[in-house]
Design a protein around this ligand. Structure first.
Ligand SMILES: [Zn+2]
Length: 268
């Protein structure tokens, strides 16, 4: 029981699930307003990416956010100095979904997938719950920041999280982004239904990955995430990057200290 509550708390913090749930019925009504009986969901300690609510203040905004300031396994990080290890690529078995909810939660555009499949990591299965985007990337690779990063958030029944990060370079247009961008609400608190969302189409051809133990990159910064970051970027067109940047000019937490952690990478 405790474990499942913990799982749902984590997910709600990450996914702003209350907001999402408020929009499930009716799903296609882009004029619905946030549920008035959930003020905490509308203003969870008012964190932002700059100014008084910015990342350096997240730990002070609420006691729930203590890990943001005091945690020693925070995310994102710069993925450098990785040790090569015989770890397998993540075995994703994602499935295309019809009727995914595309939500503007004020911090990002998030796609909630009702039946999105799963990933198997170290013999344990994690179900895909949602994916969302950061502009520019949160993780860096050998100090290099990318214009966009997608996070595919998975949860296990006992409350562990596994998040797969995919970097985007400027290049060819990504057809999958078009359908999401076309649906993405321009204003916070809005949601719309998108069809034919295929998360698997975002995965690079190469299974090369970085792995490390970290946290949510948004408050409450819980240190419960098994991170998998794909080493090979995919592409998005300049106009696709600009379209997201127009909604969210900067929604990336700065990189955090590695401290006493190791970054592993798959053998080349
Ligand atoms: Zn994220």
């Amino acid at each position: 029981m405790t474990v499942s509550i913990r799982a749902s708390l984590l997910l709600s913090a990450l996914a702003m699930a209350t907001l999402t749930a408020a929009f499930v019925d009716p799903p296609a009504d882009s004029h619905a307003e946030p549920a008035p009986d959930h003020p905490a969901a509308s203003h969870p300690a008012h964190w932002t990416y700059g100014g008084e609510g910015g990342p350096e203040h997240w730990g002070e905004l609420s006691p729930d956010n203590a890990a943001c300031a005091a945690g020693r396994q925070q995310s994102p990080i710069d993925l450098s100095g990785a040790m090569t290890a015989g770890i397998p690529a993540p075995a994703t078995h994602w499935i295309p979904t019809h009727g995914a909810m595309v939500v503007n939660n004020g911090h990002t555009i998030q796609v909630d997938v009702p039946e999105g499949g799963a990933v198997t990591l170290d013999g344990k299965e994690y179900t895909l719950k949602q994916f969302h985007f950061h502009h520019p990337s949160e993780h860096t690779i050998e100090g290099k920041q990318f214009p966009l990063e997608a996070h595919f958030v998975h949860a296990s029944p006992d409350g562990d999280l596994a998040v797969i990060g995919v970097m985007f370079l400027e290049g060819s247009a990504n057809p999958n982004l078009d359908s999401i961008w076309a649906t993405a609400p321009g204003r916070e608190g809005k949601a719309a239904v998108a069809f034919n969302i295929d998360a698997a189409a975002f995965m690079p051809a190469s299974g090369a990955t970085f792995r490390y133990e970290g946290s949510l990159t948004t408050p409450p910064c819980s240190e419960t995430v098994h991170w998998v970051v794909m080493a090979t970027p995919v592409t998005a067109s300049p106009s696709q990057l600009a379209a997201f940047g127009a909604l969210f000019p900067h929604n990336a937490r700065p990189v955090q200290p590695l401290n006493r952690r190791y970054v592993l990478k798959t053998a080349d």
